[in-house]
Design a protein around this ligand. Structure first.
Ligand code: ATP
Ligand code: MN
Length: 537
């Protein structure tokens, strides 16, 4: 075997059961990885120097093909069900061997990186990838050890990422040919049959969502975070597409991270060392920091060019709506490194309510905060399919159910305790529709959402009067600097008030129904935050 690059002299691929690979490239630089990707025909450079690739068959995660090995470690701790699907330990070993056999005679790219910016929780990762660009993704998204550290780094977790290896469900016990499987005993993640890079990122997120709360008493969170000039931390929870990445990039605040954080006794810290931003409709005018991060070293996924150019057409989402760019966090000019901050003073729950029922901003009481955290509501437009106009509701506990190996109440208990201890203010932000549901109203202007958040952060929303939204009992400000007052009351912004009331009752019913599964775990204070459907005459 030929080995190239920088590595711990005591590290060997045979430790991972990898034998007879053709060549192993350890810890190549971004430029080497970019060059290799282009030479091998995986992608091309855009006119701003970013590497553009196609991820292939999968352009998003495949939750039904994500499994956790069921063994003594996980049997009684994991919240088994359709989110955390059991996988047999022996079958894992067999599949692992088949993957390593596939890699015989092929080149592999090895990367040493880590998760958790707070050194107390550092989790070293060694990743073996089939392609150079998956390796670049890991370099951009995870934290990067110094070249000195690489010489002594010992991995805590291993990721084997082999998009070209397709499982045979009959032989391997998978659902279909693609899979992402976590083994908490062996501390290995195997990913095959899919080239979507999000599986790598969210694989480690799932690991940390288990390890940190279960073994270390640290709350793991699906949120972005930033800090103001006087060091006040804000965190933004939200499901996909609700605005975590967009809203955390704020020229007036330092970026801690855009997607995954831990909250320990003393710190809020980023799990990652980079961002994975949506590119749909990206513009320099609306999102200058993210736009400028698309440059040499960044990895663009599934975008299209303007005809005959290498200029990205961000409005073209013919391959997928989920076009993405992965870049290291220092590509955002005011990123804070190391990405560690103090406990938050403000928490925002972001929801993209395509029904247009919830206020653009509301200040939550303690019970309401817990109720909305456990509910994890968002409603998205049904995608870009022609003729599909009805938004669909999603309730995803803790704004990240898909990544939670433990029962949601574990995270909710930790959050409730921390909100209480730190006297944190909690806000609910609707980044979705205003003036009517999808089809009638329109998406909240980004500039308004930014202004609402700014006003909440700098205390201006403590100086104004509040009204209460019927049914949901949410308290919303009656005025806010730089935002037209008419939009603050969602009912007021709808022309057809009857239609609003009907939609609100409808949505309230869905909240109530969804919460039934959690009500046995909730106290009176939380339960009293439930929406109340008025008896229609
Ligand atoms: P993921 O978890 O998938 O990374 P995310 O929460 O980070 O999702 P963003 O990448 O921030 O979501 O996506 C929000 C999208 O919505 C962006 O494309 C942004 O431009 C757009 N958008 C439009 N209006 C608003 C608004 N008022 N607030 C926030 N985002 C908005
Ligand atoms: Mn994001």
């Amino acid at each position: 075997m030929n080995e190239f690059g920088r590595k711990n002299p005591n590290a060997h691929l045979s430790d991972l059961g990898l034998k007879n690979v053709s060549a192993a490239y350890w810890n190549l630089s971004p430029s080497e990885l970019v060059e290799e990707s282009i030479i091998q025909g995986y992608g091309e450079l855009t006119d701003t120097g970013a590497l553009a690739v196609d991820t292939g068959e999968f352009m998003g995660r495949s939750p039904k093909d994500k499994f956790i090995v069921n063994d003594a470690e996980t049997e009684n701790s994991v919240w088994w069900g359709d989110i955390n699907i059991k996988f047999d330990a022996e079958k894992f070993d067999r599949l692992y061997n088949r993957m390593t056999a596939y890699l015989e005679g092929r080149d592999v790219y090895v990367r040493d990186c880590y998760a958790c910016a707070d050194p107390a929780y550092r989790l070293n990762i060694r990743l073996v990838t089939e392609t150079p660009w998956h390796n670049l993704f890991a370099n951009n998204l995870f934290l990067r050890p110094t070249s000195e550290e690489i010489l002594t780094q010992i991995p805590d977790w291993i990721i084997i990422n082999v998009p070209g290896f397709k499982a045979d469900p009959k032989v391997d016990g998978t659902r279909q040919h693609n899979f992402a499987i976590l083994n908490f005993t062996k501390k290995i993640i195997i990913i095959g049959g899919t080239g979507y890079t999000g599986e790598i990122k969210k694989g480690i997120f799932s690991v940390l969502n288990y390890v940190l709360p279960h073994h270390k008493g640290v709350l793991s969170m699906h949120c972005s975070a930033n800090i103001g000039k006087d060091g006040d931390t804000a965190v933004f929870f939200g499901l996909s597409g609700t605005g975590k990445t967009t809203l955390s990039a704020d020229p007036n605040r330092g970026l801690i991270g855009d997607d995954e954080h831990g909250w320990s006794e003393k710190t809020v810290f980023n799990f990652e060392g980079g961002c994975y931003a949506k590119c749909v409709n990206l513009s320099k005018e609306k999102e200058p920091q993210i736009f400028d991060a698309v440059r040499f070293g960044s990895l663009l996924e599934n975008i299209e060019f303007y005809d005959g150019t290498t200029t990205v057409d961000y409005d073209n989402i013919s391959k997928t709506e989920n076009t993405r760019v992965a870049y290291p966090i220092h590509f955002i000019n005011n990123a804070v490194e190391p990405s560690v901050a103090s406990a938050p003073r403000n928490i925002f729950f972001l929801t993209c309510d395509a029904f247009g029922v919830l206020p653009p901003i509301s200040r939550l009481e303690k019970g309401q905060a817990m109720y909305h955290f456990i509910s994890g509501y968002t409603a998205k437009v049904a995608g870009t399919e022609v003729g599909v106009v009805e938004p669909t509701t999603t309730f995803s506990a803790c704004f990240g159910k898909a990544f939670l190996p433990l029962h949601p109440t574990k995270y909710a208990e930790l959050l409730g305790k921390k909100i209480h201890e730190n006297n944190v203010r909690v806000w609910l932000i609707n980044t979705g529709w205003s003036g009517g549901s999808y089809g009638v109203g329109s998406r909240m202007k980004l500039s308004y959402t930014r202004a609402l958040i700014t006003a909440a952060l700098n205390g201006q929303l403590d100086q104004v009067n509040y009204d209460t939204l019927p049914v949901f009992g949410l308290h919303f400000p009656s005025s806010c600097p730089n935002v037209p007052s008419e939009i603050l009351n969602p009912r007021g912004s709808w022309e057809d008030k009857e239609a609003y009331d009907k939609k609100a009752a409808d949505l309230a019913g869905q909240f109530i129904k969804n919460f039934e599964q959690y009500s046995q775990f909730a106290n009176e204070e939380i339960l009293s935050a439930s929406p109340k459907i008025p008896q229609m005459a």
